[in-house]
Design a protein around this ligand. Sequence first.
Ligand code: B12
Ligand code: SF4
Ligand code: SF4
Length: 386
Amino acid sequence: MPSDNSSTRKKRRIVQGPLPGGEKYWAQLQAIGHEAGLHSVGVTSADPLLRARESIRHRIDNDLVNGMQFTFRNPERSTTPSLTVEGAKSIIVGAYSYFHGDIDIAMQEEPAFVARYAWMDHQAALKESLRAIMRQLRDDGHRAVVFADDNSVVDREVAYNAGIGWFGKNANILLPGAGSFFVLGCVVTTAELPVATPVQDSCGTCTRCMPACPTEAIVAPGVIDAHRCLSWLLQKPGVFPREYREALGNRIYGCDDCQTSCPHTRNLSVPVSVGGMSLRVALGVRTLLTLDDESLMEACDGWYVHDRNPMWIRRNALIIAGNEALPTDEWKQIIGQYVGSAEPVLRAHAVWAAARLGFTTLIPVTDADEMVRAELAHLPTLRSNL
Ligand code: B12
Ligand code: SF4
Ligand code: SF4
């Protein structure tokens, strides 16, 4: 997802004399960030992120990446701010709350839950706030570019360095007194600014998030195994690992368990107003499985969907159906349609759902595709609550 790295040179004003920097200037920029809606604003140097680079290499070497690209594709670039913004001296980091309290949903059908960070486009709101700082820097003659959830910067590492929060054992950055329901982004700039001191660890002896993870994906404090993390498995193309399908429950995008189990996040989250915008807390599973391609992609707007192919959302929805649907005639018809799909991936997950719901007459003896045959050889038993 490219950020705001449109021609910086064009927008930068030519200013005579020394450019502003230092403590007073930083206080002014910080105030602009707060005014624009950022909960916390910090600053660090634009030096290479050597610890993050080492961690990324460690994840790659220890087979914890499971096909993720993001910052793992080009670790050198993602951890060298000056390769992204020439002459970069400082990184201003902002945190934007995505906590909207708890919302009751009344749905006519089985809900498929969306993790809080995707209830609305929080990244857009975050970037808008960061742009207020960027504009001031550019007006003053500095180079300045906004990044958020972009592969050019490791957001959590710069947030930690900028004194925004500490690294929780759940790998998230937790803000003192406010928890981790925050998206993070930054402005990489040529301005020279005073560097913050990192926040001290406040996890202490707590380890609650580790056993709270439904798939035991937190394999060491701060280390996530992407072979197990539901958040990644929902995005990754291919067969959803059989051993984690039941644990997926009714999640359709993202997972919040390692955060909702955290006492800091659960008790101290800072609610943010959405200004009349609607929140996408959950979508109906039946709806997801019956919409046409275009409407489905619209319903899931803003999500990372591999190759923008709605098939991956349907694959995930079929697993939720196997976990949550009741064995009614309507469901039999829906699952039956997917058992007859031209896409092997959908047939494979549909036979799994059919077995969970006890629709044995829908399940073929064999299939032309190897992936589906593998499913047929490992069918689950009827769901225990049916
Ligand atoms: C790849 C990625 C993922 C992957 C992998 C996550 C991971 N932990 O590596 C997947 C798809 C699984 C994922 C899931 C989520 N993600 Co994500 N993700 C990213 C992305 C694109 C890159 C992260 C990265 O580079 N990881 C590389 C590894 C090496 O970094 P790390 O795990 O943070 O490692 C650090 C720690 O280990 C620490 N460290 C070193 N030594 C020690 C020792 C101890 C004891 C500890 C505790 C830490 C520690 O230093 C390392 C280097 O910084 C960033 C955006 C970006 N451009 O940065 C968003 C980002 C990290 N994700 C974010 C969010 C919101 C999520 C989810 C909560 C979404 C959801 N609800 O499903 C989950 C949380 C899962 C989790 N527990 O981490 C936010 C985090 C906000 C925050 N407050 O921390 C980010 C920053 C996006 C954004 N701009 O807001 N994500
Ligand atoms: S996001 Fe969910 S699956 Fe991933 S580490 Fe956290 S609790 Fe585990
Ligand atoms: S649950 Fe405990 S260990 Fe995990 S991030 Fe929160 S405070 Fe740290």
